[in-house]
Design a protein around this ligand. Structure first.
Ligand code: ADP
Ligand code: GLC
Length: 496
């Protein structure tokens, strides 16, 4: 059978630009699809903050005309191929993308024209496929920023080869739906008949994710448990009935981890590499972490690490309520890396002043520190209220750093709770997101660290041997691609 040609369209991707896990997923998936007879390319916006110094960018379309609901926009398209052989295209449009950040300014104010920016990007990505004759079989959209793509394919491209391709929409977080003032709708040019309560209309606003769910041939999300959760009214943030309408064309595929980047054996950011066979390097990483964050340099004190966007989703309400009590009552050190909410930046930024030598923090974004924390910590804290998949708990496991998690979404699917009876497990879970559950679970994890060191080590080994390779998940995406292609054929027959 001929190779499937997939075009993945997203608003961020490693190694170019990243605010969260979406970038990790988009950067990794195409590399693993390649080995499964899928040719995958990626299309991204050309943001001002992307550092292209190490990439040979080639301009492949100096002036591409993109027709929107009222009038034309003009863009340029650039291309580069990474060392690993994945081709990335970048849509340049100065008014929309040559500004700071991705979705908001430095003060976290959402850009008011986001629906215009990303609506345009969706149309531009399809025009790019057409003008460069990419001839995809499948176009893979991700999150609200690119959710209008399945709609444009069916509404605007019904009589060309872009419209013959199938579409898949992966939802990485239902908390962000791209809901904007309805005045953008004419600019988007999606047709008055599609501004209905089944499609793009949502309480008088435009909801891009909701419209995308309706038009996509297959909808996926990033873990099976999250797929179940968002079919419930509470978990779905209003989308559950529309997801339920997709029946068997909606399901969860758990993310994998890029084991070239997140691997203690080869990690370039850590002071000494290590593996399950020789854990000596982990002790060096711990000492380095203590040095870097001005903590008491003592191997016997366990370190809990946190690397996160500072948003409510991640359970910071719980953490801030119990963390002082934890560091006062327990013999433990805490290292925090994160950025986002101003209150939380102040809270964690100040903690080292109150708990000098015991708590360290870095408020900002640092790839190097995120690797050092994964490697040097003993435990990793992720008590998210909801978590579509979560990558850090899987990175921690790969580094022998046991995650403490609230059993939700992907955290439920990827962490096996420690069982005192069998001594099996890969982390510590609590099932109700309350302060006492969090406090007690941290206490439980520390008691295993102190009182049962051999058991703790065997849990570390179990965590390190779990296979979270992208290859397994990429195979599921190939199945999803094939299902979308089949669904599209049935849809085309119905329209004939
Ligand atoms: P989410 O996408 O919801 O933020 P994930 O766990 O899926 O959560 O992915 C988060 C990704 O972002 C991980 O790769 C993590 O290491 C990274 N990350 C988050 N905050 C920071 C930070 N302040 N500095 C460096 N990396 C960060
Ligand atoms: C979102 C989710 C996170 C997931 C990531 C990648 O940011 O919050 O749970 O891991 O997307 O799919």
């Amino acid at each position: 059978m001929a190779k499937i040609k997939s075009v993945i369209v997203a608003s961020e991707s490693t190694p170019f630009i990243k605010t969260g896990g979406l970038a990790d997923v988009v950067g990794a998936l195409p590399k693993y699809l390649e080995g499964l007879d899928v040719d995958a390319v990626v299309i991204l916006p050309k943001y001002r903050d992307i550092d292209f110094t190490n990439y040979n960018l080639e301009c492949v379309l100096p002036s591409m005309c993109v027709v929107m609901g009222f009038g034309e926009e003009w863009a340029s398209v650039f291309k580069t191929t990474t060392e690993e052989g994945v081709t990335f295209y970048f849509v340049e449009h100065h008014r929309f993308f040559s500004r700071e950040g991705l979705y908001h300014d430095n003060n976290l104010n959402d850009y008011q024209d986001n629906a215009y920016r990303f609506g345009f990007f969706c149309r531009a990505a399809l025009q790019l496929c057409k003008d460069l004759k990419l001839k995809p079989n499948i176009i893979h959209a991700n999150d609200w920023q690119t959710a209008a793509i399945p709609a444009y394919m069916k509404i605007w491209h019904w009589d060309d080869e872009i419209g013959r391709a199938a579409s898949i929409l992966t939802i990485h977080n239902t908390n962000y739906q791209g809901t904007y003032n309805a005045e953008v709708y004419n600019y988007l040019g999606l047709g008055a008949s599609n501004y209905s309560s089944d499609t793009f209309e949502d309480n008088g606003n435009v909801n891009l994710l909701k419209g995308g769910i309706f038009f996509a041939d297959v909808v996926t999300t990033v873990s099976p448990t999250y797929a179940k959760e968002i079919l419930t009214p509470y978990g779905g943030h209003g989308l559950s009935p529309y997801l339920a309408n997709k029946t068997t064309n909606f399901f969860g595929i758990v993310n994998g981890i890029d084991d070239v980047i997140w691997n203690p054996e080869h990690d370039e950011y850590i002071p000494e590499n290590y593996s399950i066979k020789s854990m000596k390097g982990k002790a060096t990483c711990k000492r380095e972490l203590q040095k870097e964050f001005l903590l008491e340099e003592d191997d016997s004190i366990p370190i809990i690490g946190i690397v996160s966007r500072f948003v409510d989703q991640k359970g910071f309400g719980l953490i801030t309520s119990v963390i002082d009590k934890v560091v006062v009552n327990m013999r433990v050190q805490l290292v925090v890396l994160g950025t986002g909410d101003t209150y939380l930046e102040g809270f964690f930024g100040n903690m080292p002043n109150f708990f000098a030598g015991q708590v360290g923090s870095y408020i900002g974004y640092s790839n190097r520190l995120s690797h050092l924390i994964e490697a040097g910590s003993d435990l990793f804290l992720m008590p998210s209220l909801f978590e579509p998949c979560g990558l850090n708990q899987m990175y921690s496991k790969a580094y022998g750093t046991l995650p403490i998690v609230h059993a939700t979404g992907g955290l439920e699917d990827t962490v096996l709770n420690f069982d005192e009876a069998t001594n099996k497990g890969t982390g510590f879970k609590f099932y109700t997101p309350t302060e006492s559950a969090l406090y007690n679970t941290i206490g439980w994890a520390l008691s295993v660290y102190y009182d049962k060191p051999k058991v703790f080590q065997s849990l570390q080994k179990s965590a390190m041997t779990c296979d979270h390779s992208w290859l397994i998940s990429a195979k599921e995406y190939v199945k999803a691609y094939k299902l979308a292609i089949k669904n599209k054929k049935s849809y085309d027959k119905m329209c004939d």
